[in-house]
Write a protein that binds this ligand. Structure first.
Ligand code: URA
Length: 204
C-alpha cells in the first residue's frame, strides 16, 4: 500500500494516474471485477461529477455511467448544455464494482480515497456535483443524508460542491426529479458565474 501511494503521489498528469490506478489492488473489490473504471471526460473540464461506484454495465465496458442511470445522466447533462467529452469529467468514489452493486463498505471507500483525491487534485475543477449519499458523505466528510445536503452549495478551498440525488434514485422515486433538475440548474448558473458567462443550454 505504501509503495502504491508513493507512486500515486508522483503522477503528474491524468493519463499517468489512470495507468497507476488500473493496477490498484488496495482492496479486495479488484478481485471480483472485470475493469477498473477510472472515469472519463475532458481532463481540463471545470465540472467534475462523482457517483458511487461502477455497476454491471460499467464494469463490463470499463466506462462510468453507461447503464440506465448513465443514460438519464446524459439527458440531464444535455438539457444543461453539457457534453461528456467537453464540459465534464465523470468519476466514482470507488473504481471497482462492489459485488451485486452493494454500497461500497467504509474500508473500501477509505482504500480508494487516495485515487479519488489525486484525480481531483490533477483535474482541479471549480465545481463538483456529488450524486447520492456515498459521494456526498465521503467528499463532504459528513454523516448527513443526501435529502438534507442536496441543493445547498458547499465551498471548500477552490471547489464549489453541489450534492444532489443519484440518478438511479429517480427510477424508484420519480418525485425527486424536480429537486435534481433544480440542483443542475443551480450548477449551470454557477458555471456561468465562474467559468463561462456565455454558456448556452437548451433548458436553463
Ligand atoms: N452508478 C454509479 O454510481 N456510477 C456509475 O458509474 C454507474 C452507476
Amino acid at each position: 500500500m505504501d509503495g502504491y501511494l508513493s507512486k500515486l503521489r508522483k503522477a503528474a498528469d491524468l493519463d499517468t494516474l489512470a495507468k497507476i490506478v488500473q493496477a490498484c489492488h488496495c482492496c479486495s473489490l479488484r478481485n471480483g471485477c472485470q475493469h477498473v473504471v477510472f472515469g472519463e471526460g475532458n481532463p481540463k473540464a471545470q465540472v467534475v461529477i462523482c457517483g458511487e461506484g461502477p455497476g454491471a454495465d460499467e464494469d463490463r465496458i470499463g466506462r462510468p455511467f453507461v447503464g440506465r442511470a448513465g443514460q438519464l445522466l446524459d439527458q440531464i447533462l444535455a438539457a444543461c448544455g453539457f457534453q461528456r467529452s467537453q464540459h465534464v469529467f465523470i468519476l466514482n468514489v470507488v473504481k471497482c464494482r462492489p459485488p451485486g452493486n452493494r454500497t461500497p463498505a467504509p474500508e473500501e471507500i477509505q482504500a480508494c480515497l487516495p485515487n479519488l483525491r489525486m484525480q481531483v487534485h490533477l483535474l482541479g475543477p471549480k465545481i463538483m456535483i456529488l450524486m447520492g449519499n456515498c459521494a456526498a458523505q465521503t467528499i463532504l466528510r459528513t454523516d448527513q443524508g443526501i435529502s438534507q445536503l442536496r441543493g445547498q452549495w458547499v465551498q471548500k478551498g477552490e471547489i464549489w460542491f453541489m450534492p444532489t440525488y443519484h440518478p438511479a434514485a429517480l427510477f424508484h422515486r420519480p418525485q425527486l426529479k424536480k429537486a435534481v433538475w433544480d440542483d443542475f440548474q443551480a450548477v449551470v448558473a454557477k458555471y456561468r458565474a465562474l467559468v463561462d458567462p456565455e454558456h448556452r443550454s437548451p433548458h436553463c
